[in-house]
Design a binder for this molecule. Structure first.
Ligand code: ASP
Ligand code: MG
Length: 420
């Protein structure tokens, strides 16, 4: 039994969805849970709709939603022949639910509405793709994962209630395989015990796949992407980037931590617990080997480059030239936690410290404001954080050439520089 995950980019057009039957036929006879994201940039579009709704711009929200409806109906029209009508009905029902919600006035918190609206992207995409695959005789059972994945009500970052979810998987997913080989469902979403929809955090479909793998004791997870595998740098920025054929869980967690857009960081733990290997493969050419991620000790990794733009640097200086002590540090960390901002790089001195974080605009400003209770604060924005794992001095000087280095931190394995 395998778990497949197809992300938004792998289902962002009719042509790409038409690749799916070929890939799945290749694994015919094997049982699979297929986890699918929302198509293309649907999640971003739904975020915009939520914002409009929450700002009492109902008409704008509805208008934006019309666009999403049209896109999905057009895709369905192209792909479906015999099951178009029933899929149309199903989509219309899902659309109506959202439209009803959009006609309300917001009275609860933003994150709640976010989840009720944004969760629909995955429901639309899977409704269409499930019907299409069934037409192509890739028999599959569509499941609403919100009936399976029980979470708490920490909207937008909901936490899975493991025992109930596991029980649901054993009771409702396993039996499906008596009749067909494929369970087709959504990533990224779940529901509370009061049937409110929840989401697991952006890019959370990888995590959904990993949780299924753990609970189903899968032999492997395959994440299908539009790249050849996990690369040692972003090929859009570094054309010489190469595929890394083998990685271990620890390295992937490190890469994700430093900002590489590889795999959602929460994905690893459920796999590691049961030593389930994760493959990243290219859906454009499934014959390519891709990357295997598992629990092995791996020697000779290439240098791995991660660039994170949009960094804010906080210069914090003690107000009275007293040492920066544990009391100030603990209060400062408290401000970080409250504003949900993670320090990427910290350097402390006697009477000052500097912290680089992702610039989350108002939140960063809020944090800087709060910190003035303890320090004199200066903020600099628009910086870039370069991280190189398994660096060489030559590579480091190449990548920092012509840049002003504001901050640097170095260990035997990792070097990080904040650049202007
Ligand atoms: N559709 C969601 C997102 O774009 C989840 C995912 O793609 O993994 O964040
Ligand atoms: Mg995605």
């Amino acid at each position: 039994m395998k778990i497949f995950k197809f992300g938004g980019a792998s289902v962002n057009s009719v042509e790409r969805i038409q690749q799916l039957p070929g890939i799945l036929k290749h694994y015919e006879g094997e049982k699979k849970v297929v986890v699918i994201s929302a198509m293309g940039k649907t999640t971003n579009a739904l975020e915009k709709i939520t914002e409009a709704f929450f700002n009492n711009q109902k008409d704008a929200a509805l208008q934006l939603f019309e666009h999403i409806k049209t896109q999905h109906l057009n895709t369905a029209k192209y792909l479906l022949i015999t099951t178009y009508n029933e899929t149309y009905e199903k989509l219309e029902q899902l659309f109506t639910e959202i439209e009803w919600a959009l006609h309300d006035k917001p009275v609860r918190e933003y994150d709640y509405y976010y989840d009720q609206i944004v969760c629909s992207g995955e429901l639309f995409s899977t409704a269409i793709i499930s019907a299409y695959l069934n037409e192509k005789r890739i028999v599959n059972q569509w499941i609403d994962v919100r009936d399976i994945f029980r979470t708490n009500d920490n909207f937008r970052e909901a936490v899975i209630e493991w025992d109930i979810t596991n029980k649901n998987v054993q009771q409702h997913i396993k039996p499906v395989f008596a009749d067909c080989d494929i369970v087709l469902t959504q990533g990224f979403i779940g529901a509370t015990d009061e049937n409110e929809s929840t989401t697991l955090g952006r890019e959370g479909s990888d995590y959904t796949a990993a949780v299924f793998a753990n609970m189903m004791d899968a032999e492997s997870v395959i994440i299908w992407k539009d790249v050849e595998g996990v690369m040692n740098a972003d090929p859009k920025i570094f054309p010489s980037a190469k595929v890394i054929s083998e990685l271990n869980y620890d390295e992937v967690i490190e890469m994700a931590y430093y900002g590489a857009q590889v795999i959602h960081p929460k994905t690893i733990k459920p796999l590691q617990n049961k030593e389930i290997p994760l493959f990243v493969k290219c859906f454009l050419d499934p014959s390519l080997p891709g990357t295997i991620i598992h629990d092995k000790n791996i020697k000779h990794l290439p240098s791995i480059i991660v660039l994170k733009n949009n960094q804010a640097l906080l210069h914090l200086h003690s107000k009275d030239f007293s040492f920066v002590g544990e009391h100030e540090m603990s209060r400062l960390y408290h401000f970080f936690a409250e504003n949900k901002i993670t320090p990427n790089l910290i350097q402390t001195g006697a009477v000052s410290l500097v912290v680089s974080t992702d610039d989350k605009s108002e939140k960063t400003d809020q944090l800087a404001g709060e910190a003035t209770a303890l320090f004199d604060v200066q903020v600099e924005k628009g910086l870039t954080l370069l991280t190189i794992r398994h660096y060489t001095d030559i590579l480091l000087s190449e990548l920092t050439e012509g840049k002003q280095i504001v901050l640097k931190q170095q260990s035997p394995v990792t070097v990080q520089v904040l650049m202007r």
